[in-house]
Design a protein around this ligand. Structure first.
Ligand code: CMX
Length: 464
């Protein structure tokens, strides 16, 4: 019996494969080491796909190019999202309104300058700018729906400290599905034309409960773990949230109103929105769908970038100091890139200019904390990063996104626990993706199921 055989990684139907890529490897024919077998195959397959893309990347199957298929479906127009649309140059518009327009027309808290996220939710789900009375009614309704079932509190209180806040968040949301009115209605045989009604009820319940879940995680992970206090039905959603987190500075509450408004929605194709839509299309209830989206938000290329930015800034401060010169900053940024890492908070799959969510946070900082050292550092980084990313030659958008600025503001008001930041993003994201979910059921969107190909079939088909 031969102890060894030659595995040639030259796969059938690959005439486009350069001969230099035919890799032969000696491994035991009877090896039980699965990883070793895989390791032998991967380099050749990488080369095959690279060569295939080089020759056929621009070739279309229908309206879709091979590059789009291998490239994260970038640029494929294949989704409907009515709540918001993202323009590459101008940034997000919520139901047609830009962020500055929302800041102008949406109702504010008494004495406040920032929009109430309740109003943004009304706008997203109806398309209409609400009156102050309508916004007040939502604040009250969410306060009345906020209570958590005992098993979710027990679950959170028993989470080991090493479980990341986003994992705690997602677990608690999944466990909340015991309360789903949609799941109950479905099991009782509700007619499909009425799906949206119980999805709406779950949406309102879930949004109401998220600050309580989030505040419980914060108190358990970073404070004394004692109770979060009672919800005040006369306070708005953000004011109740900051009070439960244990913050009493009204300026922090104003920041939270802005934060929860601007992180809410970014049309349909981003990982969190698309995941909620996809999972919801299987008629998984809103709790399960939203929890799935939160697991996507927890990725460092998406929402977790707000944590990564602060980790990166801290490293920068430790290594070259807060008052680093432009040359030192440049050197640090190149060091990051040369070590194969991304500069967190910069770049975007759709945007091609500075994110207006970055700009409005910068304006908040200029108004409230112009002399903060970390803010100044972020401003200096803003001057230096875009030319470097441009010089790299491959980055399509060298400008900052929302995550480049949010942590600095939170740090200023005393929230220094950066591992927690993505939870705040998640609380806000509920407003957009759940409004989208209600409409998906109201419009009867079917289960999502795009067609995939294998590389072998694609090669065969295009050769023909
Ligand atoms: N730093 C270094 N390299 C970057 C980069 C950055 N900030 N942004 C993009 N690139 C690189 C990509 O990694 C890619 O490199 P390879 O070809 O070697 O794989 C190349 O430039 C082309 O990428 P792109 O088309 O410009 O960007 P994508 O659409 O593929 O990715 C994004 C978009 C956001 C994932 C990417 O810009 C990135 O990784 N940014 C840093 C992480 C971040 O801030 N994410 C938060 C985004 C906002 C959010 O969702 O919250």
């Amino acid at each position: 019996m031969a102890l060894f055989r030659i595995i040639t990684n030259k796969l059938p139907e690959t005439p486009i494969l350069p001969s230099s890529c035919v890799i032969a490897r000696m491994i035991s024919a009877e090896t039980t080491d699965l990883k070793a077998v895989l390791q032998a195959k991967i380099p050749a397959e990488q080369e095959r796909v690279k060569a295939f893309k080089k020759d056929y990347g621009g070739t279309k199957l229908g309206d879709v190019t091979v590059d789009m298929m291998y490239g994260g479906m970038r640029g494929i127009k294949g989704l409907i999202c009515d709540t918001s649309v993202l323009d590459p140059d101008e940034g997000i518009r919520f139901r047609g309104l830009s962020i500055p327009e929302c800041q102008k027309v949406l109702p504010k808290a008494a004495g406040g300058a920032e929009p109430l996220p309740e109003g943004l939710f009304w706008l997203l789900i109806t398309g209409d700018v609400p009156t102050p009375g309508q916004v007040k009614a939502i604040s009250k309704e969410w306060a009345n729906r906020a209570e958590l079932p005992a098993h979710v509190v027990t679950l959170l209180n028993n989470m080991p400290a090493k479980v990341h806040p986003m994992s705690q968040f997602s677990s608690a949301i999944t466990a909340l599905n015991s309360e789903s009115k949609f799941a109950k209605a479905y099991s009782e045989g509700v007619h499909k034309s009425k799906y949206w009604e119980s999805v709406y009820e779950d949406t309102m319940d879930l949004i109401a409960k998220l600050p309580v879940v989030a505040a419980t995680i914060y108190r358990n992970s970073y404070r004394d773990g004692k109770g979060i206090g009672a919800i005040d039905t006369n306070k708005d959603w953000s004011a109740n949230f900051t009070q439960m987190l244990g913050y009493d500075n009204p300026e922090f509450t104003e920041l939270m109103r802005l934060y929860l408004t601007i992180h809410s929605d970014h049309e349909g194709g981003n990982v969190s929105a698309h995941t909620v839509h996809l999972v919801g299309s299987a008629l998984s209830d809103p709790y399960l769908s939203f929890a799935a989206g939160m697991n996507g938000l927890a990725g460092p290329l998406h929402g977790l970038a707000n944590q990564e930015v602060l980790v990166w800034l801290q490293k920068l401060r430790q290594q070259i100091g807060e008052d680093a010169t432009e040359e030192q900053l440049k050197e640090f940024i190149w060091k990051t890139l040369k070590s194969g890492q991304v500069v967190p908070g910069y770049g975007h799959a759709v945007l091609r200019k500075t994110d207006p969510r970055y700009t409005c946070q910068r304006e908040f900082a200029l108004k409230h904390l112009p002399d903060d050292k970390l803010f100044r550092l972020v401003s200096n980084v803003y001057k230096v990063v875009p030319p470097i990313l441009t010089e790299l030659g491959k980055v399509k958008n060298p400008w900052p996104n929302v995550d480049a600025h949010s942590g600095v503001l939170l740090q200023y008001y005393g929230m220094k626990e950066m591992n927690y930041y993505t939870v705040l993003f998640g609380v806000s994201r509920a407003l957009g993706v759940l409004a989208q979910l209600v409409w998906s059921r109201a419009l009867g969107f079917p289960i999502e199921r795009p067609k995939s190909f294998s590389t072998d079939i694609l090669v065969k088909q295009l050769k023909k």
